[in-house]
Design a protein around this ligand. Structure first.
Ligand SMILES: [Zn+2]
Length: 83
């Protein structure tokens, strides 16, 4: 009969933290196209939100796009009044 001690004997893989560059071990196989975080950085990144940067960038672009349109309308109104 086999015994499973998965929690105690989780296979760890050596990796380098993408954030702080320290050597760390992760309980999964590190893939080269994904950032690896050590426990400290993982917690930090997780708390601040992994995709926050990408999301807020998109949001900012939307706001800028709207602002551009509003400014264009205001400019139109101004030139109509003055013209
Ligand atoms: Zn780190």
């Amino acid at each position: 009969m086999k015994t499973f001690n998965r929690n105690k004997e989780a296979k760890m893989h050596a990796a380098t933290c993408s954030e702080c560059g320290k050597n760390c071990e992760v309980p999964f196989e590190p893939s080269p196209d994904k950032p690896i975080y050590c426990a400290n950085c993982y917690e930090k990144e997780y708390k601040s939100g992994f995709s926050k940067t990408a999301k807020s960038k998109k949001k900012n672009e939307n706001i800028l796009d709207k602002l551009d349109r509003i400014i264009a309308i205001l400019e139109d109104m101004k030139s109509e009044r003055e013209g």
